[in-house]
Design a binder for this molecule. Structure first.
Ligand code: LLP
Length: 430
């Protein structure tokens, strides 16, 4: 790999610095801002393909096959979903809406894994009628409701049971899910009991576990993968399928380092093959549900500087034309980013700045202590690593419309989500 300036490390794989500043696959970010307006989500197709392909290739090497279900909650722009599906990856859907997105992107029911800790009748019905490959049960009530729909529609449904194994991971507590007390899944003992006593119409295929998200130390994920077959054998429950969820982290700032998704998937497969050999049991089919690790690094959010001012405590604000409406992660998880000026990412900095969002909330601050080269009104600020959980979590507080999104592919930019117009904001008022 060619040497990349440190400031560019969290940016997509194709990022380089040209005469007009940062380019993705040869397309300049400032040109994109001028053409499509800001705030703007930009996704680099090559970065997505590389990661999707690496995971797919790793699964192809698994002894009893493997399936990847991309977590739509991390990114559901249809233009991105089609790209991921073209690499042989299905979808993990957590609502009737996400099932609809998968269908619109051409992902068939046979490639869907359905989730949710509080699935509604509508969600479950959508799962059954699209012929979802697997529904992951979050408890007994979920099973009973799903079984009733199966009886009524005269179908059967393959299911997994989600368990919370009580394994802690090093991530923000708001995105940890596998610990004791999690709202997701059931205890291992209850999970085994549920699988043994499923209502008629549901066919138990195995277990699901998802420990959390933005996990940079993958060892707990490997530990869970090693533990599950041992547990299934001890309980005498079927393990034709083992779904290990997602959770692998990405690099948000230059000082972070993240595992490679393809290598991580190989590690999981090896861990399971080894433990199954030790236990003398057949190797299950492996499912993984990566979200962030496929799309996170591909994204850049562009903002325009609206104003700068130095305030009473001597700090300087740089206010931009976006904020918590397009990036909920700072407010929710204290997420940190390493933004740069798109036109002069490597220029000498003259101080540190606080980047303010435009919403009427003091908590709407996108980044603090950012070293920048004298930002001016009209400059384009580029936030890297915003491909996952940004567009999908966007909202229209203060009645700012949600941003547009473009996909850079093969040296050209394609609009994949149009900007939300003011008129769109009133489309539901009756
Ligand atoms: N499978 C299940 C059952 C999940 O709940 C999730 C994410 C995934 C897979 C995908 O996880 P990933 O590979 O993307 O880590 N909004 C938060 C992240 C919430 C994750 C929710 N579940 C954030 O922005 O950090």
């Amino acid at each position: 790999m060619t040497h990349r300036p440190t400031a560019l490390l969290p940016f997509p794989d194709t990022a380089t610095v040209g005469p007009a500043g940062i380019e993705l696959d040869g397309v300049s970010l400032t040109t994109l801002a001028a053409e499509f307006g800001t705030p703007l989500y930009v996704y680099d197709a090559a970065s997505i393909r590389t990661r999707a392909r690496a995971v797919r290739e790793a699964l192809d090497s698994a002894p009893h096959g493997g399936h990847a279900a991309f977590a739509l909650k991390s990114q559901s722009a249809l233009g991105v979903l089609r790209l991921i599906h073209a690499e042989g990856i299905g979808a993990d859907c957590a609502s009737a809406g996400e099932i609809e997105a998968a269908q619109r992107a051409g992902i068939p029911g046979s490639e869907l894994v359905i989730h949710g800790n509080a699935k509604s009748e509508q969600d479950l019905r959508a799962a059954v009628t699209t012929g979802a490959r697997l529904v992951v049960l979050d408890g007994r009530d979920d099973a009973d409701r799903l079984a009733a729909i199966c009886r009524e529609t005269n179908r059967t449904q393959d299911v997994l049971v989600r368990i919370a194994p009580g394994i802690d991971v090093d991530t923000h507590r708001h995105i940890a899910t596998g610990h004791h007390g999690s709202k997701f899944g059931v205890t291992p003992a209850e999970g085994a009991e549920l699988l043994r006593t499923l209502p008629a119409g549901l066919i138990g295929r195995g277990l699901h576990v998802h420990l959390g998200s933005q996990i940079l130390d993958a060892d707990p994920l490997i530990a869970a993968a090693r533990w599950l077959p041992v547990f299934a054998k001890a309980e005498g429950i079927p393990l034709e399928v083992l779904d290990l969820g997602g959770g692998l982290g990405i690099r948000y700032t230059p000082d972070q380092d993240a595992p490679d998704p393809g290598q991580h998937t190989r590690r999981l497969i090896e861990a399971i093959a080894t433990v199954c050999a030790e236990e003398g049991m057949p190797v299950p089919e492996i499912i993984v549900e990566p979200g962030r690790s496929i799309v996170g690094q591909s994204g850049v959010t562009l903002y325009t500087v609206i104003g700068t001012k130095t305030v009473g405590d001597g700090s300087t604000w740089v206010a931009v034309d976006g904020g918590m409406g397009d990036n909920m992660r700072v407010g929710l998880y204290g997420a940190t980013y390493a933004p740069v000026l798109a036109a002069r990412p490597l220029a000498d900095v003259d101080g540190t700045y606080r980047i303010a969002g435009r919403h009427c909330e003091s908590t709407d601050v996108l980044a603090e202590g950012v070293p920048l080269p004298a930002p001016q009104v009209g400059d384009i600020v580029a936030f890297p690593a915003t491909g996952a959980y940004h567009q999908t979590m966007a909202h229209s507080y203060n009645l700012f419309g949600r941003p547009a999104a473009v996909l850079v592919d093969g040296g050209a930019a394609h609009l994949i989500t149009r900007r939300e117009a003011v008129a769109d904001l009133f489309a539901r008022d009756v």
